[in-house]
Design a protein around this ligand. Structure first.
Ligand code: GDP
Length: 831
């Protein structure tokens, strides 16, 4: 088993090993499980060998990240740049000098070859005559070319490179180009050839850089001189004709060259050239790091202001609202409590009783939240996803949406673990609570027990002279519902909840999913401002423009104000629950912020996945001592399933093995998921989602396993099986028989053979054997032979006589006892 394979596949223990499977023990999986497992395996012990080593832990290859280097300029990189700088300067001066010289040299070469060919075909004398004439001309040309070369060299003398390397280079380059030149000369004239060459070579020459997009006309000598003079002046700190405007340049961590030029108000070509002079061969569309950019900015005489990438978020309007702009808003309520105490029933009862209120149709659709109106006319917004996971995960993501918690406690039960958990969550979030004592319709209901129980957890309800409102309700009969809603309205009044509706909207994602027909859809609870159709927004790592808003009744609406939940259509991708939505001015801003966040998140994940410092690595190693980890990545269709899967995954495992969810999210499996999976040697699990084409390709390339599921139980079973693979297999030894040595014979070619009687069980040829002398094990190994009379047999039963010889062991005596055993490897499983 290759360690690498082991890291990337769910079938952690490698391929099937049917060879040794003992059929009678086998009861393989029948589900659509690709993991091939077997339950038992007979292990033939090697002579003198101890128990086979436990399977290699699949997560042992933690060193896979060793190649990562910290960003920034290393010494080698610096050296490289310095070299490139020197080379660039050299090239600059050579370029001019060489061009003409090369051309002449090529001409010569061509003529010379033609001359050779002709000489063979024609008469010697004729050829000689011709050659002589040519040679004369050649001489003249040669003199000319040398003359020109000298001139060019002189002209280039301003540039810092020495003469010697130029002259060395000229002849070196000429022959290198001749082949291509000959091809050229067949179909084309000589004109402009130099430029063609340089363009085709893919190298950015000075000439190209200077002439920008205008292609490659040959520059005149004078033009060349002028340019060099200008460059020289600039390099020397420049006698600049026009007065320089010094600009303050905002410099992010990475900047595209053209944008850098733009911010300095310099020509892009000049910036590219300046970069080239610094040894950076980049085009205007490439990005450079801040350190390099700073050099360039200073070179151009501007001032640098370093800004962080995070500053892109500055365009988000985060100004606090003026008190006078604040208007009352409905409260947002989350219902929490122990499982089966009636959270869902209560939410349904409230919605059914109140949402409709005379409206036509009144069919509500589940979008993750709904609004109701109380008898007294107060509007309340309920989050439709009960439970703590949503509440905490939202809070963890910085979205505090809930204003009031309704704690449901069943009157026929008592305060339970999740009740206490809910109390703690509400307290931690400093959200006021209202206790709904549910199921009071039941005969065994005992509301006062609930009240006294709550005292122990420092929840003192009004009936116990405390501050916390308590209402007896029944989700089934509807008893007390109005009272509960009024209690909530009262609490909201006390809280004096307000928001400014007249500003760029900000909201929190309550639910998000990839809808087959509508694309990514997010339910957003507006927290301040008003979200309008056509608004441009960024939400988490996604962005978009509001194509449509749909309220909790399924109606399209034009806008949504504070505390109103709406479905938002028009996203570029699926955000996650708890992501904050912000309206911004332009799509460019939205995209920039989303890109920045995506990158930042990726960096964070990479950092989390690789353990950046040695200390971290050590700490991890210590923590992971004897604990094997199965890392996985989970992508699901909706946030709810993603959370459910993560929870299920976290439950798998014991003190030896655990499943680590590196990342979970909603939407298609993307390249970045695959990248992360590769980095951590994890498989990617797609729950009702598929990988997009680039991700598929990337996964194929990197050997990352992608698995698709649509039933959570199947997924859990498979991961369990894989995690079980990480458990060291248990080796169990089964005693199968005893034999008593009666006599010992010497057989030529075989060695000592024991004549035995099987006294118990069976003697098996393939089994392991131990030699016992006075009940002490003096040898353990395998059999070389098992004979019944003259024949080699696989088995000899109890009560029968047989001949046995040990593999590689000869010290056997009469009265020794042979113990026969088999070992089986039992794959342990997690439950
Ligand atoms: P959740 O797990 O907290 O969401 O609880 P559910 O809403 O699923 O309710 C659990 C069970 O309790 C269901 O069988 C409900 O029918 C029942 N139930 C909920 N509220 C009441 C109630 O007020 N009275 C009675 N008798 N049963 C209730």
């Amino acid at each position: 088993m290759s360690d690498n394979d082991g890291k990337k596949t769910l079938g952690v223990r490698g391929g099937p090993r049917s060879g040794n499977v003992k059929q009678s023990f086998s009861h393989g999986r029948t589900k659509n499980v690709v993991v091939e497992t077997k339950r038992k395996r007979i292990v033939k012990p090697k002579p003198g060998a101890a128990a086979p080593a436990a399977s290699v832990s699949a997560s042992s290859g933690a060193s896979g990240n060793a190649s990562k280097r910290p960003a920034g300029i290393t010494e080698a990189e610096y050296e490289r740049r310095m070299k490139a700088l020197a080379a660039a300067k050299e090239r600059e001066s050579e370029e001019a000098a060489n061009r003409e010289a090369e051309e002449k040299a090529r001409e010569e070469e061509k003529h010379r070859r033609r001359q050779e060919a002709e000489a063979k075909e024609r008469e010697q004398r004729e050829a000689e005559e011709r050659a002589k004439a040519k040679a004369d001309e050649e001489d003249r040309k040669k003199r000319e070319s040398e003359e020109a070369a000298k001139k060019a060299v002189a002209a280039a003398a301003a540039a810092p490179a020495a003469d010697a390397p130029q002259q060395q280079r000229a002849p070196k380059q000429a022959p290198r180009r001749t082949d291509r030149d000959r091809d050229d000369s067949r179909g084309r004239g000589n004109k402009g050839r130099g430029d063609d060459n340089s363009r085709r070579s893919g190298k950015l020459t000075l000439n190209q850089a200077l002439s920008g997009g205008e292609g490659g006309r040959q520059k005149s000598m004078a033009a060349m001189k002028r340019k060099q003079e200008r460059a020289r002046q600039k390099a020397m700190g420049g006698v600049e004709s026009r007065e320089k405007v010094v600009r303050e340049v905002q410099l992010p961590e990475v900047i595209v060259v053209s944008e850098l030029a733009n911010r300095m108000a310099e020509r892009v070509g000049d910036v590219v050239k300046a970069l080239m002079n610094n040894g950076m061969m980049v085009t205007q569309n490439e990005a450079i790091d801040a350190d390099t950019a700073e050099l360039i900015i200073e070179e151009f005489g501007h001032k640098v202001t370093r800004v962080s990438d995070a500053d892109v978020e500055d365009v988000i309007d985060s100004v606090d609202d003026d008190d006078k702009d604040l208007k009352p808003r409905p409260p947002v309520i989350t219902i929490m409590g122990h499982v089966d105490h009636g959270k869902t029933s209560l939410l349904d009862a409230i919605r059914d009783a109140k949402v409709v209120a005379g409206e036509a149709g009144g069919i509500t659709q589940h979008i993750g939240a709904y609004q109701v109106e109380t008898e007294s006319g107060a509007v309340l917004s309920f989050l439709d996803t009960p439970g703590h996971a949503a509440f905490t995960s939202m809070r963890a993501r910085g979205a505090q949406v809930t204003d009031i918690v309704v704690l449901v406690v069943a009157a026929d039960d008592a305060v339970m673990p999740q009740t206490i958990e809910a109390i703690n969550h509400a307290k931690a979030a400093e959200v006021p609570m209202i206790v709904a004592i549910n199921k009071v319709d039941k005969p065994e209901a005992n509301p006062d027990k609930v009240r006294t129980d709550l005292l122990q957890h420092e929840v003192i309800v009004e009936k116990m002279s405390g501050e916390v409102q308590d209402v007896e309700v029944s989700a089934i009969t509807g008893q007390g519902l109005d009272e509960l809603l009024e209690a909530i309205a009262l609490q909201a009044e006390i809280l004096e909840l307000t928001a400014n509706p007249d500003r760029a909207a900000e909201g929190a994602v309550i639910e998000a999913q990839l809808d087959v027909g509508r694309g990514p859809v997010a339910t957003v609870l507006v927290q301040r401002g008003t979200l309008k159709q056509g608004d441009i927004f960024v939400v988490g790592e996604q962005y978009g423009r509001v194509r449509a808003l749909i309220n909790d009744r399924g109606d399209r609406v034009k806008e949504a104000g504070p505390s109103v939940p709406v479905e938002v259509l028009g996203l570029n991708g699926t955000p996650e629950a708890g992501d904050v939505l912000n309206v911004v001015d332009t799509e460019a801003q939205a995209r920039e912020i989303a890109d920045y966040r995506e990158k930042a998140a990726k960096d964070r994940r990479a950092a989390a996945g690789s353990g950046t410092s040695l200390e971290q690595l050590l700490a991890q190693a210590k923590e992971n001592e004897n604990v094997a980890e199965l890392p996985i990545l989970v992508k699901a269709d909706v946030q709810g399933s993603a959370e459910a899967i993560v929870q299920a995954m976290e439950k798998i495992g014991n003190e030896e093995v655990r499943v680590r969810v590196l990342h979970s999210g909603v939407g298609a499996i993307t390249e970045s998921d695959v990248g992360l999976a590769e980095a951590s040697g994890a498989p990617v699990i797609g729950f009702n989602v598929r990988a997009n084409a680039p991700a598929r390709n990337s996964a194929n390339q990197k050997g990352v396993e992608i698995r698709y599921y649509s039933v959570i139980y199947d997924l859990v079973d498979d991961v369990k099986a894989a995690a079980s693979g990480l458990l060291g297999a248990e080796i169990r030894e089964n005693f199968i028989g005893y034999a008593q040595i009666k006599e010992v014979f010497k057989v030529t070619g075989v060695g000592k053979v024991a004549g035995c009687l099987v006294t118990e069980g069976v003697a098996r040829r393939s089994a392991g054997v131990r030699l016992l002398r006075d009940d002490v094990v003096i040898h353990e190994g395998t059999l070389k032979t098992l004979k019944r009379f003259k024949d080699e047999v696989p088995e000899v039963q109890s009560g029968q006589e047989c001949g046995m010889a040990f593999e590689n062991y000869d010290d056997i005596r009469a009265d020794d006892v042979i113990e026969i055993f088999e070992r089986e490897e039992i794959e342990r499983n997690l439950d």
